[in-house]
Design a protein around this ligand. Sequence first.
Ligand SMILES: Nc1ncnc2c1ncn2[C@@H]1O[C@H](COP(=O)(O)OP(=O)(O)O)[C@@H](O)[C@H]1O
Ligand SMILES: [Mg+2]
Length: 424
Amino acid sequence: MNEELVSTVAKSAEKKHTSNNPYSAPLKLSGITTTDEFRYKTGIGELDNVLGGGIVKGSLVLIGGDPGIGKSTILLQVCQNLGKSINILYVSGEESRRQLKLRADRLGVDSDILIMTETDVEIICEQIKTYSPELVIIDSIQTMNLTQLSSSPGSVTQVRECTNYIMRVAKALEIPVIIVGHVNKDGAIAGPKVLEHIVDAVLYFEGDKQLTYRILRAVKNRFGSTNEIGVFEMTYKGLNEVINPSLMLLTGRPMGVSGTCVACTMEGSRPILAEIQALAVNSGYGTPRRMSTGFDYNRMNMLLAVLEKKGGYNFGGADSYINVVGGFKLDERAVDLCAALALVSSLKDIPIPDDVIAFGEIGLAGEIRSVSQAEKRINEAARLGFKKCILPYYNLKNLSAEVNSSIQLIGVRSVYQAVKAIST
Ligand SMILES: Nc1ncnc2c1ncn2[C@@H]1O[C@H](COP(=O)(O)OP(=O)(O)O)[C@@H](O)[C@H]1O
Ligand SMILES: [Mg+2]
């Protein structure tokens, strides 16, 4: 339980603000004029894609992620590209000017952006009004504070009220603002979750810190689809776009061993191939151990139950593990079949041929159910040189004409048929 002090000062200040605001009077819908929705292209294709085509004028974008994942880095790269044509104010509450300069030098940023190291939101907003930049970056919201509030920076109240304050100023002046928010697991600092409803778009940076690549995902977007992802690689020179993520995820795949299978998942409109590895070994103790990384644990248990009951595979006496290679997370039902095949392959020690790819949802009756966008998945697999595709029977029946003919398609109705298809 956290004690949150209710501040009367903030309340009255808020009231004054709205009554002065010309935007608070009601207006007829037909009376509102819109110029064409204007977007600033960030110059980073993957980021523009996730944003739905660029940063919308007057919008509030939140970029969340673990500390050190690369939020400041990508924003500095945005500054480099956009700073050539527009005025940018970069507010950092975390790093000194010198540190920022050092990072900018490392990333090769030479655009003349305005740098400000300040944590008082009121002062920042004053400066925004004075300089009227065309883009403001706040790094990070957890370091910002409003002096009227008595709670410490990073608390829920501070984070929420600071964002609200910035939002009012930014919306009135139609200046887009990008806010950085750290995700903190131990909960000592209020995370981006408390802001999601306030801002227009929420992007999350994901990735394993030990690995060099990062995935940028939109979880909310008032100006675009939330299904798109961007893939980046962290290098000394900053984040590079990865145009062909499937190839990257599949490099170094072991050949001719059991317990591995390649899945095709859709991330928005983009198909991505990823390797699922499974290990099933005789359990030494009474209760078998189960563990999954990058794959839903409950879904794995369900698949094991279906395989046990409908396929006759004895997983009850085996410890089972699933791992999605490369720190990638698969949360689509269409990867069920691939995970099931990898599990059976490991249990029975039958290697799945290297050029096989599988997708399909598994139902509780052991049936393989059709999935969306089968053509795109097949074509992506064919493009990367796969020769055999195991897919739901109903998908095969309803294929549109335009699939690559270099890949053999095998439609299956049950897990049993799928296992048979890989072992022949
Ligand atoms: N000199 C360097 N060479 C290569 N990579 C670096 C260097 N300095 C920092 N990095 C990378 O940049 C990351 C920090 O990125 P940063 O944008 O500061 O993260 P965030 O703002 O999300 O906390 C580090 O985790 C590291 O991977
Ligand atoms: Mg940072």
